[in-house]
Design a protein around this ligand. Structure first.
Ligand SMILES: C[S@@+](CC[C@H](N)C(=O)[O-])C[C@H]1O[C@@H](n2cnc3c(N)ncnc32)[C@H](O)[C@@H]1O
Length: 268
């Protein structure tokens, strides 16, 4: 089954609620806050910056951005109506922050409309990353910045040893929730082809051992995906989920992957 985000507006309401909750829970994790703050620190925001948060989901990064003193306006754009509704609810009372339903490859904004664009865990999910990068190159002003951060999903692991059966849950999650697990390996070439020059690149090791939140939910969804594909029965899926819970309780759980960020500049 392909990445759920490719047809997100047709997804089951229960799954949409789970995704919305999962995005907010991930964004609240200290390791994830550190990743975001680290690469935002690599961006030169002009005073009164106008920022686009493309693929904003429930708007967690949009809310961080509008709270920066150097940012005057943030537009969050996403194709997912349900996530945008949640984003608007969570942003009540924040002035300068608005949300637009839009596809990343066809944005309803003027050319050179933004000083800074942030694409946080988006490009690995889009159907045509080249088309999205070309559109982002259009809407950022000359001299402006595109900051990209995403998971290097090819590194995702649930395993604590050889032939660990939980690794099948990680692989199934990637199959159902990511369009291109290898995108971050090809990103420098893609952004150069879109007309950007490359700035600071960083990698981050995201690991959950104690009280796993995000990776445990990913692997549970992976177990469900194996059932949907008819590869295993529901009894085995429940046993895999119980193993996730057992490892967490026993202090032997591992879940993680590498994230990468890349700062790109549009020549001025
Ligand atoms: C993993 S979520 C990340 C959301 C948010 N940036 C975060 O990190 O919490 C990926 C988001 O990209 C959006 N998305 C995927 N393809 C898109 C496209 N072609 N145009 C606009 N949004 C897209 C999805 O709807 C989803 O909200």
């Amino acid at each position: 089954m392909p990445d759920v985000y490719l047809t997100i507006n047709e997804a089951d309401p229960a799954l949409l609620a789970e995704i919305a909750q999962g995005l907010e829970a991930r964004a609240a994790l200290p390791q994830q806050i550190e990743i975001l703050e680290t690469y935002l620190g690599d961006i030169e925001f002009p005073d009164g910056a106008r920022v686009l948060d493309v693929g904003c989901g429930t708007g967690a990064q949009s809310r961080t951005l509008i709270n920066r003193p150097d940012v005057a306006e943030v537009v969050g754009a996403d194709q997912a109506r349900f996530l945008l509704e949640r984003a608007r609810e969570l942003a009540v009372g924040l002035t300068g922050l608005t949300f637009e339903e839009a596809s990343g490859d066809d944005l309803p904004f003027e050319t050179a409309a933004f000083d800074v664009i942030v694409a946080h865990t988006v490009l690995t999910h889009v159907a045509d990353p080249e088309a999205v990068l070309a559109e982002l190159a259009r809407v950022v002003r000359p001299g402006g910045t595109l900051a990209i951060c995403d998971g290097d999903f090819s590194t995702m692991s649930a395993a604590i040893g050889d032939r660990d059966p939980l690794q099948a849950c990680a692989e199934s999650f990637i199959e159902h929730s990511v369009n291109d697990a290898w995108l971050m390996r090809r990103l420098p070439r893609l952004v150069r082809a879109a007309g950007f020059t490359l700035g600071r690149a960083r990698s981050y090791n995201f690991i959950e051992t104690e009280d796993p939140v995000t990776t445990a939910n990913w692997f549970r969804r992976g177990a469900d995906g194996l059932v949907k594909e008819g590869r295993i029965g529901s009894d085995l899926a429940e046993a895999l989920k119980a193993e996730i819970t057992r490892r967490a309780a026993a202090g032997i759980y591992f879940g993680g992957m590498k994230y990468d960020s890349l700062i790109c500049r549009k020549p001025g």
